[in-house]
Write a protein that binds this ligand. Structure first.
Ligand code: ATP
Length: 350
């Protein structure tokens, strides 16, 4: 059963001279939430609009379930979209907004009411049907937009930066609700964001895009643990990227690091110049030198209560480190030794 799956076969999109999408192959499994993540202009929204039928591809084919929808107009696609701006009608009540798409589809009045009520209940807004959108908070308005999308029983739910208009605290709350509804209804969802933390928090899989193509895709933990490039290492979580020479590659690697040869239990396929990826919270600061440590000078120390953040100057460049608060924190100007765990370290190409 492929109901709810989405497949792109060699889809491209050009706007005159602008290549918004290079040939793209996608396979989204039914019932999963897949996020398109990437910097501004990388082609996320274009990809979403192609699924919705709001754009047509320059070449290639698009399938929803088993159906080739490449040339099917948006009206006939079984998809619903939730926009950043909510796009609620201000003069209509919440119930009228939620029922709008059903009215357009000429669903009978007797069927309309229970479906609207069910939709409002799904997003926890029972009893709000008679209010106007202006009488709701931003988070509640976005839940109305989600209810309006899901009462149409789409095979695919499309969400275009749905949390951008909400403040930081509410954003976490609403993203949990969206994820919970998507899982409960077993909906296929494609979610667009440029916020990596949000992507990590809601997704089964993340597709990171850069320059109109896929840079890497995988489960959140795959991208964090096994970045395939310096771009991904830096984009998914904080990373220090230090220049090293890979002297031997394979299932484990030998690197020349600050003049010393170290073996790391991580796979890498080429030799030569590369980057060592060190996550700030995996670093160890000590008064004593060790085989894998680098001497450094503390150029900035910030006590944040639950953590201490250090900016460190080393011969290989600046390093950002995060430690738990300590009774004897290091101070600006101190000399320290920064060590890392070879098991956690990764190598990526430059
Ligand atoms: P953002 O995060 O800023 O929304 P995005 O990753 O969603 O960016 P897209 O909106 O898909 O990026 O745009 C991809 C490229 O296509 C950009 O270079 C953009 O300027 C261009 N583009 C998008 N829509 C059009 C259009 N209607 N006409 C011309 N160029 C367009």
């Amino acid at each position: 059963m492929t109901k709810g799956s989405v497949r792109f076969e060699g889809v491209t999109k050009h706007f005159d001279d602008v290549v918004a999408l290079k040939p793209l192959d996608l396979d989204i499994a039914p019932g999963t939430l897949v996020t398109l993540l990437g910097p501004s202009g990388c082609g996320k929204t274009t990809t979403l609009r192609l699924v919705a039928g709001l754009e047509s591809p320059t070449s290639g084919r698009i399938f929803i379930g088993d159906e080739d929808v490449t040339h099917l107009s948006a009206t006939y696609r079984k998809v619903s979209m939730v926009f950043q701006s909510y796009a609620l009608f201000p003069h209509m009540t919440v119930a009228e907004n939620v029922g709008y798409g059903l009215t357009v589809k000429r669903v009978s009045k007797s069927e309309l009411r229970p479906r609207v009520e069910e939709g409002l209940a799904m997003v926890g807004l029972e009893g709000f049907g008679d209010r106007l959108p202006s009488e709701l908070s931003g988070g509640q308005q976005q839940r109305v937009a989600v209810a309006r999308a899901i009462v149409l029983e789409p095979e695919v739910l499309l969400l275009d930066e749905p949390l951008s208009n909400l403040d930081a605290k509410l954003r976490r709350h609403v993203r949990e609700e969206i994820r919970e509804i998507q899982q409960r209804l077993n909906l296929t969802a494609i979610y667009v964001t440029h916020d990596q933390e949000e992507a990590m928090a809601v997704s089964d899989r993340i597709i990171v895009m850069k320059n109109a193509e896929i840079a890497q895709e995988g489960a959140p933990a795959d991208l964090y643990e096994r970045p395939n490039s310096a771009f991904i290492a830096d984009f998914i979580g904080d990373a220090n990227l230090l220049p090293v020479e890979v002297a031997r590659s394979g299932e484990t690697v030998d690197i020349v690091f600050d003049g010393r040869r170290l073996t790391l239990p991580t796979a890498f396929s080429t030799t030569g110049q590369a980057n060592l990826v060190l996550r700030p919270h995996q670093l160890r600061l000590s008064h004593e030198a060790s085989a894998d440590s680098l001497p450094a000078e503390v150029s900035y120390a910030a006590y944040l209560g639950n953590q201490v953040q250090y900016t460190l100057d080393t011969a290989l460049g600046e390093i950002f480190a995060v430690t738990v608060p300590d009774a004897t924190p290091f101070r600006k100007g101190d000399t320290v030794h920064v060590g890392f765990d070879p098991v956690a370290a990764r190598i990526v190409s430059i």
